[in-house]
Design a binder for this molecule. Structure first.
Ligand code: GLC
Ligand code: CA
Length: 514
């Protein structure tokens, strides 16, 4: 296991929207560099930067045109290397976003692959033989190339699927997973990884990591073995590099694929979804952290505990406040509710990720789609730094901004919160620093549920020798348990009292006992 992950707290940066230093309305590498001291002060010691590579931006950069060249709008390769150096000087690691499942349809590999004349890249993507042949229920495009055949899509129409082979081969054009063309694709991706690791990055967040081998078995074992092979390369040559998968199946990603961490994504009805965003089910928001909801922690625990127990020896489940694909938690939760939610997220096992702007409770905005964002665009708006024009995000013209800033009267702004002892920002910073201070709160310290009953509160859990309790409801909650005897409070939100073995918690409260 990569040691530094034990105490890692990640900050996800959507580079377009973080900080613009040259007034063109788009965030840039220099902007990230200028804010590194801010990030360090907040307590984050690692970054995940969304794709920052050359791209036609049909999917905000998840359509890569050149894996080895940064997008000019963010800066040069040299600027990105300087970002790595400046980050390292402050003890901050940097993960880039690797998109291994597909490229842009403008990638030179694909332009070659489309040619009728067979060449080195003919087998780099998934193609049928005939233009009138479909790909067994998978989305495909035909009629766009001189090459006869249809090509498979991995996501949007602009993102042709790279060819890692098929496990269950039912058609003659399906490559085997050990065919030369499938192996060449894998090796090309390892080459990209080495290129950036040698340049100084500290690892990768891996996009759609489960999407490589087609017609894989139900355990995705063929895809997992590709990652196990990548992991072997890292263990041998880059033992400090970390990989986090967008997979959301830790059995497959951590145990099978040997990823260091796997994201617990917001999928309808899974455990994570019930915490912060349980409102797709029919209007009513039933999230655990919403005051006045049923506050049932068992819906989370029933899903989480088996996953945690089955994978904790091999890697970490990565829980996040939000990401660039997910509605901001402030869409429905108040700043007070968010404090309790973050208290929980940053004291759980595994590795926590904070999405830029969530530390001030930035809202989910109703904005027009940008670069293939669609409903995700509302979580991608510029960081609200201060009350200068464009919320301090850019000195450019308002009409040039990548996306509009939040102009609502009660838009949260960092400069209002940074010196306010009661702000969401101040609490977020406090809980992150506490995690660094107490090893018992870090990635691999023991986790045990002390009291987590259906629709009952408080929810009480143990991390190492610490006891933590959460009451997100609008009522006083109390509980008798021997574990409360002779303990001191080291952190709390609102009032809690201990008398002998009784814990009594005010509405909307949280505490840590030593
Ligand atoms: C992942 C990314 C998302 C992107 C998609 C296709 O889900 O997080 O933003 O659109 O993959 O690459
Ligand atoms: Ca810029």
């Amino acid at each position: 296991m990569v040691k530094w992950l034990k105490d890692a707290v990640f900050y996800e940066i959507y580079p377009q929207s973080f900080f613009d230093t040259n007034g063109d309305g788009i965030g840039d590498f220099e902007g990230i560099i200028e804010k590194l001291d801010y990030i360090k002060d907040l307590g984050a010691n690692a970054l995940w930067i969304n794709p920052c590579f050359d791209s036609p931006f049909m999917d905000a950069g998840y359509d890569v045109r050149d894996y080895k060249k940064t997008a000019a709008r963010y800066g040069t390769n040299e600027d990105l290397k300087r970002l790595f150096e400046e980050a390292h000087q402050r003890g901050i690691r940097v993960l880039l976003d690797l998109v291994p499942g597909h490229t842009s349809d403008q990638h030179p590999w694909f332009l070659e692959s489309k040619k009728a004349e067979p060449n080195e890249y003919s087998g780099r993507y998934v193609w049928t033989t005939h233009a009138f042949e479909g790909i067994g229920g998978h989305p495909y495009i035909s009629g766009m190339s001189e090459r006869a055949g249809a090509y498979m899509l991995n996501f949007f129409a602009s993102q042709p699927a790279l060819n890692y082979g098929w496990l269950n081969r039912t058609e003659h054009w399906m490559s085997a997973v050990d065919s030369p063309e499938a192996i060449a694709t894998k090796e090309a991706m390892k080459d990209v990884m080495r290129f950036w690791l040698d340049a100084g990055c500290d690892g990768f967040r891996v996009d759609m990591a489960d999407s490589l081998v087609k017609n894989d078995d139900e355990n995705k074992s063929a895809t997992a073995s590709i990652w196990a092979d990548v992991r072997k390369m890292l263990d041998e040559h880059y033992p400090e590099a970390a990989l986090v998968s967008e997979w959301s199946n830790p059995y497959q990603a951590i145990n099978g694929g040997k990823f260091h961490m796997d994201f617990y994504l917001d999928h309808w009805y899974n455990g994570y979804n019930t915490l912060l965003r349980d409102y797709e089910t029919g209007g009513e928001d039933n999230s655990f952290f919403r005051k006045g909801a049923k506050n049932d922690i068992t819906r989370f625990l029933d899903d989480y505990l088996p996953k945690y127990n089955a994978t904790k020896e091999n890697g970490y489940i990565a829980m996040f406040t939000c990401n660039h694909d997910t509605p901001r938690p402030a869409r429905t939760l108040s700043q007070d509710e968010l404090k309790i939610a973050y208290a929980f997220i940053f004291t759980m096992p595994g590795v926590p990720f904070l999405y830029y702007g969530d530390e001030i409770g930035m809202k989910y905005l109703d904005v027009r789609t940008k670069e293939g964002g669609y409903q995700r665009t509302g979580s991608r708006t510029p960081m609200q730094w201060d009350h200068s024009p464009n919320d301090g995000f850019s000195k450019g013209r308002k009409e040039d901004l990548y996306l509009p800033v939040d102009e609502s009267e009660n838009a949260p702004v960092l400069s209002d919160q940074i010196n306010d002892p009661d702000s969401l920002y101040t609490f977020t910073k406090k809980i992150i620093h506490l995690r660094h201070e107490y090893e018992d709160l870090q990635a691999d310290a023991d986790f045990e549920v002390i009291y987590g009953e259906k629709e009952k509160l408080p929810f009480v859990y143990r991390r190492g020798n610490l006891i933590l309790a959460v009451n997100p409801s609008d009522k006083v909650q109390s509980l008798h348990h021997p574990v409360f005897n002779c303990r001191n409070i080291i952190c709390s939100i609102n009032q809690s009292e201990i008398n002998g073995d009784e814990l009594k918690m005010d509405p909307s409260s949280f505490l840590i006992l030593q």
